[in-house]
Design a binder for this molecule. Structure first.
Ligand code: ADP
Length: 304
C-alpha cells in the first residue's frame, strides 16, 4: 500500500523578543505523511520545491523521517513559501505569510505537471486537505480532481481532510465549491465541525453528512469532550478520546489523528478502532510543543 500526501511545506520563522528569527519547516499534509511513515506506512510527500538550500534541507529532513520523496517536483529558480510567527508582549501569536510565489502552488502547472499527475495515479491512496486545495487555483484543482478520478478507476482511494484557512482563498464561495467537489469525490472524509461551521455556517454538518453511506466519514468536534463520530455504511458510532494530562500545543492534532486513523484502516482495523488509534496519537502530539514529537514519545499501536 503506497500513500501520497499532497500539499505544501513552508519555512516557518518564529520571531523572538530580540527580533531574531528561529527557523523550522511545517505543513499540514506533511505532518500526516511523517506520522504515516513512523507508523510503518509507505508514504510519499507530493509537492513542488525549488532548487534553493532550504528546499534541499526539507528533502533531507523528509528522507531522514522515512518519507518518500520520489514524486517531489523541483522547479528551478523557485523557493518554498514562508511565514513568520510574531508573538506580541501579551503572548498572542499572529501569522504573516509570503507564499504567493511558492513552488508548491505550481505542482499541477507548467511542463512536468503531466509527469506528476501520472505518478500520482499509481498510488493506492491519495490524501489531500482543504489547505492543499487552496494552493492550486481552479485549473490546478481540476487537474487534481481528474487525477483522483483516475486513482479511483484503478481501484485506489482518495481521502480528504477539511482543513480550512480563510486566508488561503479569494472568497468563501470559491472555497465552498472546492470543498463540496472534494467531499463528493472522496472515499474517506476527515471533517472538522469547526472548519465546516466557518465555511458553511449552520449547514456545515449537513454538507458532510450528505455523503454518508457512500463515503466513510470521521466527524471531529462538535461536542464538549474531544470525541469523533465515525460513519461507514449504516454504522454511526461516537468514539471519545481519553483525557490528556496537560495540553501543551494542539499543533498537528488533526494531522496526526488522520495519520493514525489511515494507518489503522490500511492495516485492516475497523473504523471505531482506527478512531481510537487517531485519538491515541493526537493525544501524545498535543502533550508536546510543535507538530513533531520525539520518536520515543510515539504511542504503541495495535498494528505495526
Ligand atoms: P484539528 O483542529 O487540528 O483538526 P481537533 O481539535 O479536531 O484538531 O483535534 C484532533 C484530535 O486531537 C481529536 O480528535 C483528539 O483525538 C485530539 N485532541 C484534541 N484536543 C484534545 C483534548 N483536549 N484532549 C484529548 N484529545 C484531544
Amino acid at each position: 500500500m503506497r500513500v501520497a500526501c499532497v500539499g505544501e511545506c513552508m519555512m516557518e520563522l518564529s520571531e523572538r523578543a530580540d527580533g531574531t528569527l528561529l527557523r523550522a519547516f511545517g505543513g499540514d499534509t506533511l505532518n500526516t505523511a511523517l506520522y504515516l511513515a513512523r507508523l510503518g506506512v509507505a508514504a510519499d510527500y507530493v509537492t513542488a520545491l525549488g532548487d534553493d538550500p532550504w528546499s534541499e534541507e526539507m528533502l533531507e529532513a523528509w528522507r531522514r523521517e522515512g518519507i518518500g520523496i520520489g514524486a517531489v517536483r523541483r522547479l528551478p529558480g523557485r523557493m518554498p513559501g514562508l511565514y513568520i510567527i510574531r508573538t506580541d508582549p501579551g503572548g498572542e501569536r499572529s501569522f504573516h505569510y509570503w507564499r504567493d510565489s511558492a513552488a508548491a502552488r505550481d505542482l499541477f502547472a507548467g511542463p512536468g505537471a503531466d509527469a506528476t499527475r501520472a505518478a500520482l495515479q499509481s498510488y493506492d491512496l491519495v490524501y489531500a486537505s482543504g489547505i492543499s486545495l487552496s494552493l492550486y487555483g481552479e485549473a490546478g484543482r481540476a487537474a487534481l480532481a481528474q487525477t483522483c478520478r483516475a486513482v479511483r478507476e484503478r481501484g485506489g482511494r482518495v481521502a480528504f481532510d477539511t482543513n480550512y484557512r480563510p486566508r488561503g482563498w479569494p472568497d468563501r464561495e470559491e472555497a465552498r465549491r472546492a470543498f463540496r467537489d472534494a467531499m463528493a469525490a472522496a472515499d474517506l472524509i476527515f471533517a472538522s465541525g469547526e472548519d465546516l461551521a466557518w465555511l458553511f455556517g449552520e449547514a456545515g454538518e449537513a454538507e458532510v453528512l450528505r455523503h454518508r453511506g457512500r463515503s466513510e466519514i470521521v466527524l471531529k468536534g462538535g461536542g464538549p469532550a474531544p470525541s469523533v463520530r465515525v460513519l461507514r455504511g449504516g454504522e454511526d458510532v461516537a468514539v471519545a478520546a481519553a483525557p490528556v494530562g496537560r495540553v501543551v500545543d494542539t499543533t498537528a492534532a488533526g494531522d496526526s489523528f488522520a495519520a493514525a486513523y489511515l494507518a489503522a484502516r490500511l492495516n485492516g482495523l475497523e473504523p471505531a478502532e482506527a478512531a481510537a488509534c487517531g485519538h491515541r496519537l493526537a493525544g501524545a502530539v498535543i502533550g508536546h510543543r510543535g507538530a513533531v514529537i520525539p520518536r520515543a514519545a510515539m504511542p504503541a499501536m495495535p498494528f505495526a
